[in-house]
Ligand binder design. Sequence first.
Ligand code: GAR
Length: 199
Amino acid sequence: MNIAILASGNGSNFEAIAKAVKCGYIKGCIKVLITDKSNAFVRQRAKRNKIKDIFIDAAEFKSRQAFDDEIVKVLKKERIDLVVLAGFMRILSVNFVKRFQNRILNIHPALLPAFRGENAIKRALKHGCKVTGVTVHLIDEKVDNGPIILQQAIKIEKGETLKNLEKKVHSLEHKLYPLAIKLFTERRVKIRNRNVKII
Ligand code: GAR
């Protein structure tokens, strides 16, 4: 299965996925990294892993739709089967989502539908939650809303610092995302309407 990863930042999830592909845990090929930030650290990770990296500058496009069309052009050229969002901080247009329906994965650092949007780890901590977690889900036309594939909880300890909680969330992400992609590439994720069955 041909995979494209879209990311905007550090790329620790990108790295975890690349490692899982390299060692054969995920049976697929990362054809391309697409990023919207010219200076994103994830680009250095792509270079190190010898993965093609393409920067697409949103400022060069008149609309979100035009920017997304450019991404779709790359995805088609690379014959991409699965799109993996790994800290890609942009909302995809409806056309894009339709074009790759049930083939776009996202990871979110909270137990969706709680704490949708940005700064989810910090908000869960500030809210006084006793647990938070990580969600891997499919993208639909609403933000952080699509069918959930995998979800795992993390206990928030008394007096837990943000730094420590972030560490716990990220290390869980680095296990859960490769697992979800592995299941997907092995065609073990069955989706009917919003119902997800893992076989
Ligand atoms: C991850 O924690 C991911 O869950 C989050 O961005 C981070 C990217 O880290 N995504 C979202 O908040 C999406 N709503 P990384 O660049 O080190 O992989």
